[in-house]
Design a protein around this ligand. Structure first.
Ligand SMILES: [Zn+2]
Length: 1004
């Protein structure tokens, strides 16, 4: 399944400050099981080596299964969100996507668990915190996690059964569903071609940045399998056969070709025994030759230009992508880390190469990236929204810039800032959700691409060594060796061609109609019969006993508890609010300043957003742009500057804040505050050239975002109807803002002073200690320092009365809206607030969210119509249903319109409902890191949410009944009647469905 969207991520767009709780891990925490000595045998596994993983404060043990050679890495720590992952090395021998289809088929059904949608049952109906599978360059990986050890053991069994014991009876239908199939409901209907992976890849490759990535691979690795797309190209996927997939499986899905990673606080001995007894003991060691496609370094730099299809109406001027990429052969672990940091140094907005690029007018925005997830890793310089005729200038500029750096040297303070930042970020990996899953997949990638299993054990040590060597021109030497003296490089130019999108779409349509016209009646009858048989198979309901057999946790066992943090909430003598939370961490802390922006007049809101986008990017009284960038990197880790609404009372009221947040080391807190003060008080808005460059880059970034990630703009606009806070967010940061920037880009040339005056005005409206809130999360001993030091900021601010402005008349998108972008697939959404639907939010709705997705929407949309992902998200404001990479529009909305009838006619038992309850409970209580948890406690103080509220929701989830589900019928009726409907997709498809929309607009 490549990509399942996180709903938290989706909603973060509009609810940037609403957090969910998590249950206490401590209640059931058990002591860690002692680790074995090297050489010790446990259930057929030999202990090969033990080590430390400083990265996440853990121990690691590498086991090798004697009979098969299968490797298993156990990472031991106290994390209760335990995970298991199995990976196989899988070379992309062509572009037909056999690897990807196999991944989808494996995870859909197994011999012991013969469901047709196994992964969705795990995801939606078990006590799991993560379940997915990914096709990556050179490997396929299957990660799963749970808060319960019993449940993880069960899911390990399910996952291993999926990869080792595939379903026999469902196999051919699964291939039709996941790869491709013809559809012909009756002899008069048009012949169509669909399939989950086919549509997924149409969407995945349907944007210019993916096309550019492919172009780079072809240029760097001509004729090698390294240039193949492991996940498949639609035109090749439709040639794929069932037999090819099975052959691939028989070759590579073998224990001798596998790596397992087990993570967290578990009795690893039980896992080893189960894995050996049920699976590995049945296999013998096998030699499996895995092609890597490694080629001899190119002797001469290559150049390659390809066309990218866009609609006839698209503006193709300055819309190309130019990439200049370098490949590396046989690099050491340390240099791999070094090249990653080097790319970060070069990617800084004020690095010498970026400064030179910004002066050039070659492109709209630039980036430097490093990717080690290839046999031969790649470092790429990119210009997006570029003028393709300037390709030679781009290459020369980079070559010259690299030579200059090598002779004059990097600014060592800038280098040191990047390394410190890398070290702090990597030392706090456990703050992110799904730590075990994320780490396991990274380890699998290094194993598959470089054969290394201890890259992450050595990572912190390697960063520290590089830090020591930096003074001695380590990075300059790296540049000389890997860039200046490296001919294994290529210039790849990807150019949009207007009208090619329609041409290809029409060719595809014509191909299918010609195909149909040429078929005999007998052939047509066969396809009609196949379509019918497929649909019958697809509509068969799953056997509830199989879903039941996935369970290892009972509802009665679920702990109704919320982890609490000790918080202090006080005011300084002049009214600034100080909020702090004690976290059980070392020296790391996180802080934020929230300035009330309600005094900004409605007409000036886009200048407020611009102010936030520019914050810290212009020079100040005491720092040049470059010095400031270095200081920010050094002291404000993970810094974010944005407009965030804090909502009270279910989002019907909100306060807009300009939020400055960062992570740092407690002993440097004063330096962090002094730096923020410098930006707040002393920013120079009068440098019109710098301003123009930043506005241009922002326009380019937004333009790329709309084409590469259409879902973001779809949700922003669709949800704008849900409440006033979302209307505000859409207006301030969505298409209205983009159009404002396009105009500003022109105005800045004719009247540069006007914009500076507006920004100064915003700065004056924000700089105020009235309604200022400051937050701090860190260890107990550092909180006093926070309370004392915050004066650095507060003493410098004026105290003024705020006149709150009325934002009640902000424009909203049409209730039924189509938005045309360059895309070969669609993204559809419908949403409505509880207020509009006349109901109130309760935790009892949360199990219904997954129930309708799993039992109704996903079978119809994904398995029926081939839409890649269905998103259903209920939060405390309202409900949303959306489709991702969808071939259709009308059919999808028809499926949503069938929701009330589905609820009315559903045959639901409490036993079935209980499984959705388990999953909703697990979702709502998924843990986060210690600091992140403390931060969320602070935000809850701010929005007035109490621990009791969360306990109430947990209790409501647990007590959901069949009658509650039936009672939601009226809500869904109202959802369909009062919801807002939006689609982002190809212009042609939107026009074919124009009756569905009040308005269709195109993004310029
Ligand atoms: Zn996929």
């Amino acid at each position: 399944m490549e990509k399942k969207l996180s709903l938290t991520l989706v909603l973060i767009l509009v609810l940037s400050l609403c957090f969910s709780p998590h249950t206490a891990a401590s209640a059931s925490q058990t002591a860690l099981i002692p680790l074995p000595e090297t050489g010790e045998m446990i259930s057929g596994f030999k202990t090969v080596e033990t080590g430390d993983m400083a990265l996440i404060n853990s121990k690691s043990v590498l086991f090798e299964h004697e009979k098969t050679g299968a490797k298993l890495l156990y990472i031991q720590n106290k994390d209760m969100d335990r995970s298991f992952d199995i990976s196989f090395k899988t070379p992309a021998l062509d572009n037909a996507g056999a690897i990807h289809v196999l991944e989808h088929m494996s995870i859909s059904c197994s011999n012991k668990y013969p469901l047709k949608d196994l992964i969705f049952a795990i995801l939606n109906q078990t006590y799991s915190t993560y379940a997915n599978a990914y096709t990556r360059q050179n490997f396929t990986t299957y990660p799963v996690s749970s808060l319960s050890e019993e449940q993880l053991l069960k899911l390990t069994d399910v996952y291993l059964d999926s990869v080792y014991h595939p379903s026999v009876s469902n196999s051919k239908n699964l291939f039709s569903r996941e790869a491709w199939r013809y559809e012909l409901p009756d002899a008069n209907a048009p012949l169509t071609l669909t399939g989950t992976v086919y549509n997924e890849m149409k969407g995945d490759l349907g944007n210019i940045s993916s096309a550019a990535g492919q172009n780079v691979l072809h240029a760097l690795f001509p004729g090698s399998i390294q240039s193949n797309i492991a996940a498949g190209i639609p035109d090749n996927i439709k040639e794929l056969t069932y037999e090819q997939v099975m052959n691939f499986r028989n070759t590579y899905y073998h224990p001798s070709n596998s790596l397992m990673v087990l993570y967290g606080n578990v009795d690893y001995r039980r896992f080893l025994k189960h894995i050996n007894d049920e699976f590995l003991s049945k296999y013998d060691k096998k030699e499996i030759a895995v092609e890597t496609g490694k080629i001899a370094p190119l002797k001469e730099k290559a150049e390659r230009t390809v066309k990218f299809p866009v609609a006839a109406s698209s503006n193709t001027k300055n819309s190309s992508q130019i990439d200049y990429a370098f490949a590396f052969t046989d690099i050491s672990e340390e240099d791999t880390v070094g090249l990653g940091i080097l790319a970060d140094i070069l990617n800084q907005e004020t690095s010498p190469v970026m400064e030179a690029l910004k002066k050039s007018d070659i492109g709209g925005s630039y980036s430097v990236s490093f990717d080690a997830a290839f046999t031969q890793p790649i470092l790429t310089f990119s210009a997006a929204n570029a003028d393709e005729s300037k390709k030679a200038e781009f290459k020369m500029l980079i070559d010259n810039s690299m030579s200059n750096i090598i002779s004059t040297g990097f600014d060592k303070t800038a280098v040191d800032a990047v390394i410190s930042n890398t070290l702090l970020t990597n030392s706090n990996l456990a703050e992110n959700r799904n730590t075990g899953v994320n780490l396991s997949m990274k380890i699998a990638s290094m194993w598959a691409n470089h054969g290394s299993l201890d890259y992450y054990n050595h990572l912190i040590k390697n960063i520290k060594t590089i830090k020591d060597k930096a003074e001695d021109n380590y990075f300059e030497k790296l540049l000389k060796k890997y860039i200046e003296n490296n001919n294994h490089a290529a210039l790849a130019i990807t150019v949009p061609e207007a009208g090619l999108a329609e041409k290809l779409a029409n060719t595809e349509k014509k191909h299918l109609s010609d195909l149909k016209a040429a078929m005999s009646k007998q052939e047509l009858d066969k396809i009609t019969a196949d379509t019918k048989a497929y649909n019958e198979w697809n509509n068969q309901l799953p056997d509830p006993k199989i879903v039941e057999s996935l369970q290892a946790v009972k509802i009665a066992d679920l702990p109704e508890e919320v982890k609490t943090y000790k918080t202090n909430d006080s005011f300084t003598s002049d009214g600034v609010r100080l909020l702090s939370a004690e976290a059980n961490v070392g020296e790391t802390e996180t802080s934020s300043l929230l300035f009330d922006t309600s005094a900004v007049p409605m007409k000036k809101l886009h200048y407020l957003q611009l102010y936030a986008d520019l914050f810290g990017k212009l020079s100040t009284k005491n720092y040049t742009q470059k010095q400031l960038n270095t200081q920010k990197l050094r002291y404000l880790n993970n810094a974010e500057f944005h407009i965030a609404n804090v909502t009270q009372n279910n989002a019907r009221q909100y306060t807009p804040y300009f939020s400055i947040s960062w992570m740092g080391i407690a002993s440097e807190y004063d330096k962090q505050l002094s730096l923020v003060k410098e930006i707040l008080l002393n920013t120079n808005f009068d440098n019109s050239k710098a301003l123009l460059n930043l506005v241009r880059a922002q326009v380019s970034n937004l333009k790329s975002q709309y084409t590469n990630d259409p879902l973001s703009i779809l949700l922003l606009r669709n949800l704008a109807q849900i409440d006033e806070s979302s209307t505000y967010q859409n207006y301030i940061s969505g298409l209205d803002y983009y159009n404002f920037l396009l105009k500003l880009e022109k105005d800045l040339v004719s009247n540069p002073k006007a914009a500076a005056a507006e920004l100064k005005n915003i700065n004056a409206l924000i700089l105020n200690k009235t309604n200022l809130v400051t937050t701090y999360a860190g260890n107990k001993n550092t909180i006093k320092n926070y309370e004392d030091s915050i004066k650095i900021i507060t003493d410098a601010l004026p105290k003024k009365k705020i006149t709150s402005q009325d934002y009640g008349k902000l424009p909203k998108p049409a209730l039924r809206e189509g938005i045309a972008v360059d895309s070969t697939v669609q993204y559809n959404a419908i949403s409505a607030s509880y207020k509009k639907m006349g109901v109130a939010f309760t935790g009892k709705l949360l199990p219904i969210q997954t129930l309708i997705d799993q039992n109704y929407i996903t079978p119809k949309l994904r398995f029926g119509y081939g839409a890649y992902v269905s998103i259903v998200s209920f939060n405390s404001n309202g409900i949303l249903a959306a489709s991702y990479r969808d071939p259709n529009i009308k059919e999808t909305f028809e499926v949503y319109k069938g929701l009330p009838a589905y609820i009315k006619n559903m045959d639901l038992t409490q036993e079935t409902l209980d499984r959705f309850i388990l999953n909703a409970f697990s979702d709502y209580s998924a843990p986060r890191g210690e600091l992140a948890g403390a931060e969320s406690a602070l935000l809850n103080c701010l929005s007035g949410e109490k621990a009791e509220d969360k306990l109430k929701i947990l209790h409501e989830i647990k007590s959901t009944t069949v009658q509650d589900v039936k009672d939601s019928f009226a809500m869904f009726q109202s959802f369909i009647k009062n919801g807002s409907y939006s689609t982002v997709g190809s212009k042609q498809k939107l026009l074919e469905n124009k009756d569905l929309f009040d308005e269709i607009l195109s993004i310029k």
